[in-house]
Design a protein around this ligand. Structure first.
Ligand code: BGC
Length: 508
């Protein structure tokens, strides 16, 4: 079968998994408020029931992400993502045709499972086939795909909300099956991860794929040879130990990395970004916006999210992981504190029962201060998009040794989902009870993550996955680690070898 070897093309296909993630994030926001949805599944859907419908997705994602570690180590990165894609198609069909709430919940849980698998294993797959110097950019493409997915789904749902009857939500929920099917089919044409193949003792295939990916099919290409040697040394080293289990992630040699990877995802959620993604309409309603103006202003943040991820894709490998994370959390902290202080100083409680019947909108600000709140919210989204968004996906997979990578990233991603779930659930009551202080709380989290990153998160950008392994074994303090600017063997002039093993025209 024809196998695609262009690394950007491979990434584009694999990152569709990220778009599915994005679809899920915004698959409810534009629909829950519509009359059509409430007439069909209601009337008067209880807020607990709606909470359950919404939460079925992150709940499924949590389980999917955890299970993906076993799938990925056993069946490989490529096939596990394919299973995720197929599950997504099934889930989308069942949501689309759901006749009652239990069917809807089951469908959303199934979609969640799929997103859990894809969101954990796409970064593992991409980081294992990418060259070190552009690994961040390629894995970051998953984040870009997430932002596209969120934006596209929001606008499709918003557009369809003008239609009459159940079709208005059946269309967006059905249409989302299409990219899942494309991902499933596209993956047939992608190579398997050379590192996973090596781990399974399939050396010839591993070398062949590495040569196809990085040496135009030439196994004697200096970069390919170097990578092959590194992988071989690593696999042999790891062989001396028994098979990896989840427990291994908590052994003294790995636990530090497990804590860094898991906290990368926890902190990414604790920045408060999903308060904006899920509840921007509440935030802007507090700032006095309503009706179409409210929806339009809210949707702008999704566009900013897509656009501001681009500079990170171009430069994140040069900036390095540490600097990007530190600058991001400091900026977000600034916007959050500023919003909290302005709201607290210039705002007042909303009438009993909230604004427009939404209890969570329990505080109001008008006039010039409300404009600052809107501007700060956009700046906040822009700051996340250019820093924590892409880095939170690029960083965890590169922290871990090969033998535990699949399971480790699965654990980190499940931390993303459990916090995502908790925030989605608790933010509306928090707005209702502690009002503007919600901003202060998230600001404090941003301050805490800045300190944590500074002292504990080492720099991994530009280093090969095997060099990162060595870095952790040396145990250099995190703040002394730097981006690696060493030219990789790939940039060394190619030597002409008489014993070339040419795989260029020999597909996998
Ligand atoms: C986060 C999501 C968030 C998205 C926003 C991702 O990195 O994991 O929870 O909704 O970024 O762009």
């Amino acid at each position: 079968m024809y196998i695609i070897t262009n690394i950007y093309f491979i990434t584009a296909i694999a990152a569709i998994g990220g778009a599915l993630f994005g679809f899920d994030i915004s698959s409810m926001s534009a629909i829950i408020g519509t009359k059509q949805y409430n007439d069909f599944y209601g009337p008067n859907i209880d807020s607990d029931v709606q909470g359950g419908i919404t939460a079925a997705m992150p709940g499924g994602s949590f389980c999917g992400a955890l299970a993906s570690g076993f799938l990925s180590d056993r069946m490989g990165r490529k096939y596990s993502i394919q299973i995720g894609a197929l599950t997504w198609v099934l889930g989308s069909i069942s949501i689309c045709i759901a006749k009652n709430i239990p069917m809807l919940v089951l469908g959303r849980f199934t979609n969640g499972l799929a997103v859990g698998i894809c969101s954990a294993q796409v970064p593992v797959y991409i980081s294992e086939i990418a060259r070190a110097e552009i690994r961040g950019r390629l894995v970051g493409c998953q984040q870009w795909a997430i932002t596209w997915g969120i934006m596209i789904m929001f606008y499709i749902s918003y557009g369809c909300s003008h239609m009459e009857g159940a079709i208005s939500f059946r269309i967006p929920w059905g249409v989302q099956a299409v990219p899942g099917a494309l991902l499933f089919i596209g993956l047939f044409f992608l190579p398997r991860s050379p590192r996973w193949l090596a781990k399974k003792d399939r050396w010839e295939e591993a070398e062949k794929n590495l040569a196809l990916l990085h040496g135009n099919g030439d196994a004697n290409d200096p970069y390919v040879k170097q990578e092959m040697e590194d992988i071989r040394a690593m696999v042999e080293f790891e062989r001396r130990n028994a098979d990896a289990t989840f427990l291994e992630l908590f052994k003294p040699s790995v636990i530090n990395r497990t804590h860094i990877g898991v906290f990368t995802q926890i902190w990414s959620q604790m920045t408060g970004m999903n308060v904006m993604m899920y509840y921007i309409t509440y935030v802007f309603a507090m700032a006095g916006l309503s009706g179409n103006n409210l929806l339009l202003s809210s949707s702008i943040q999704y566009v900013i999210n897509v656009a501001m991820t681009v500079p990170a894709l171009i430069w994140m490998d040069r900036w390095g992981r540490r600097k990007t994370l530190l600058v991001g959390s400091s900026l977000m902290m600034t916007w959050l504190f500023s919003n909290g202080i302005i709201m607290g100083s210039f705002g007042h409680p909303a009438p009993e029962g909230g604004v427009n019947g939404i209890k969570a909108v329990a505080w109001e600000v008008h006039g010039a201060p409300s404009k600052v709140i809107i501007a700060n919210s956009y700046l906040f989204v822009a700051s996340f998009a250019i820093t924590w968004g892409p880095t939170s996906w690029a960083y965890p997979p590169e922290l871990f040794p090969l033998r535990v990578r699949g399971k480790a990233v699965a654990l980190c991603t499940s931390a993303n989902w459990i916090f995502n779930f908790a925030l989605g659930y608790f933010v509306p009551p928090a707005f209702e009870s502690i009002k503007w202080k919600v901003y202060i709380i998230f600001g404090v989290f941003c301050a805490a993550m800045t300190v944590h990153v500074f002292f504990c998160f080492p720099e991994t950008a530009g280093k090969s996955l095997e060099e990162i392994e060595a870095l952790f074994q040396e145990g250099l303090p995190a703040w002394k680690t730097r981006v690696s600017n060493e030219p990789s063997p790939a940039r060394v002039p190619r030597v002409d070898s008489s014993e070339k093993t040419d795989y260029a025209h020999d597909a996998v």
